[in-house]
Design a protein around this ligand. Structure first.
Ligand SMILES: Nc1ncnc2c1ncn2[C@@H]1O[C@H](COP(=O)(O)OP(=O)(O)OP(=O)(O)O)[C@@H](O)[C@H]1O
Ligand SMILES: [Mg+2]
Length: 274
């Protein structure tokens, strides 16, 4: 298996009801997602988009089929570990922000860290850092109702990324925003994607698909069309690279030290010392 594969869904089916009332939200759904993809999922109301995100986000279980996350079959993971995985690896953004109204925004952002088991000091420190990223540092102790819709959604995105998850799942994150606020939210998601994160987002707005590396259209619980707009080789990689010299940096070179480079450096250093 390629180590770049993050999610594999095989024959995933979600059935509601039995007999006369039987219906399928997902039907024999197959999908492979690589690290660094920014997938937008579109399709008519009721075609199974939210069901799919909820299953990927470990909030719901399929009736049938296989879900492999990071090479591990989810069916074999205990409910307790699934909850931990969800808190650490998956960030959620919803259409109606889902902030807790009687908690100041810093505590809203810190919530996933409670489930991930961090101390209060670390939780507040990390939440504060996340809010700074979205220029909301002066509003840490505001309550959600004191913020605009766009600001509330940025708080929700800060909450989604606070535990440094690998996957961001967003269900119509701009659905309640005007076009200006939508644009700001999309730019934030774009920046998060460019850092090497995988984003799976549901939208009804075709004009947002320019942000995606792959657009999937669903119909009746299945994939109707699946179009990649960026080659796999060009997806952002979550690697930290060392910039060698200022000159190279100015010239636009980025280099990663190989083991051979490191040995040469060591040799040169010891020669200089002699
Ligand atoms: N708890 C439930 N019980 C019965 N049917 C359900 C349940 N949840 C979802 N469904 C059905 O599953 C199908 C898929 O629902 P889902 O919410 O995933 O659609 P969606 O594509 O997200 O739609 P929308 O664009 O309106 O958000 C729908 O037909 C819905 O009625
Ligand atoms: Mg939905």
């Amino acid at each position: 298996m390629s180590e770049n594969i993050l999610i594999e869904l095989k024959g995933l089916t979600k059935r509601y009801g039995y007999g006369d009332t039987e219906s399928f939200a997902l039907k024999d759904f197959d999908l492979t997602i690589k690290r660094g993809e920014f997938i937008m999922i579109m399709g008519p109301s009721g075609c199974g988009k939210t069901t799919l995100l909820n299953i990927i986000g470990l909030l719901d279980r399929a009736t049938k089929g296989e879900y492999v996350l990071n090479g591990e079959d989810v069916a074999g993971i205990s409910a307790r570990r699934q909850a931990k995985l969800r808190a650490k690896k998956i960030g959620f953004v919803f259409q109606n922000f889902n902030l807790i109204e009687d908690l100041p925004i810093i505590e809203n952002v810190a919530l996933p860290l409670v489930y991930a088991g961090y101390s209060k000091t670390i939780r507040l420190k990390n939440a504060s850092t996340a809010l700074k990223r979205f220029h909301l540092e002066e509003r840490e102790y505001y309550f959600p109702y004191q913020l605009s819709g766009g600001q509330q959604q940025r708080v929700a995105i800060a909450r989604a990324i606070v535990s440094d998850p690998e996957i961001i799942l967003a269900d119509e994150p701009t659905g309640n925003l005007d076009s200006r606020a939508s644009h700001i939210v999309m730019e934030e998601l774009k920046a998060i994607h460019e850092e090497g994160n995988t984003i799976i987002m549901v939208t009804h707005n075709p004009s947002l698909t320019s942000y995606a590396t792959r657009v999937i259209n669903m119909l009746d619980g299945q994939i109707d069309t699946d179009i990649k707009t960026v080659a796999d080789a060009n997806l952002p990689q979550p690697i930290s690279v060392k910039i060698k010299k200022k000159k190279q940096q100015q010239e636009g070179f980025i280099s990663i030290d190989t083991d051979e480079d490191k040995k040469t450096k060591k040799r040169k250093k010891s020669r200089r010392r002699q």
